[in-house]
Design a protein around this ligand. Sequence first.
Ligand code: ADP
Length: 182
Amino acid sequence: MKKHLLFLGAPGAGKGTQAELLSKTHSYLHLSTGELLRKEIEMKTPLGKEVKDIINRGELVSDELVLKIVRQNLDKANQGWILDGYPRNLSQANSLNQVLIEINQTLEIVFYLDIPEEVLIKRLLLRGRKDDTEETIRTRVDIYKKTTEPLIEYYKDLSLLKYIDANRELKTISSEIQQKMA
Ligand code: ADP
C-alpha cells in the first residue's frame, strides 16, 4: 500500500474530495495548501492577512510561504500523507523533492485527475467558494494551464503518474484510485 501520494489536476477536478476520502480511509494526513491558507484567513492571522487578497484574486501565493506550510505539516505525518494543491509549479516540485530528501521519504504515486475545462468551470461556479467567481476562476484556470500542467509531464517522466478520468461519479473515481494505490 502506497503511503505518500499526491493529487494533481485543475481547480474543480475533485482533488480535495478524493484526497479527503482517501485520507479518512487510511488515516493519512490530508495536506491541502489551499485549505490551510483559507483557515489562516478565517482566523485572521498575520499570514492570513498577507494572503487574503492574493487568493481572492485567484493568484498563487509565494513559493516560500507554501513551502513553509508543507514542511511544517509533512514532518508531523507518521502514518502517510496525501498532498493536494501542492506542488503547483516546477519550482515547488523541486522544493518538495528537497524536503522529502531531508525527511527521508519518497513520493510514491501521483494521481492526475483529468477533466474537460467546461465541466470544471461549471463545477466551480456551483461550489461558490469566495474565490469561485467567474473572473477568478478564469485566472486560476489560466495559471493552472501555464504553471501547473507541466507537472504532468514531469511526474510522467519519473514514472509516478496515474491517469484518472475525473469526469465520472465520485464513487467510481474513488474505487479506481483505491485499486491503483494498492
Ligand atoms: P483549487 O485547486 O480548487 O483552486 P485550492 O484550495 O487548492 O483550490 O487553492 C486555493 C488557492 O490557494 C489558490 O488559488 C492559491 O491562491 C492558493 N494556493 C493553494 N496552494 C498553493 C500553492 N501550492 N502555491 C501557491 N498558492 C497556492
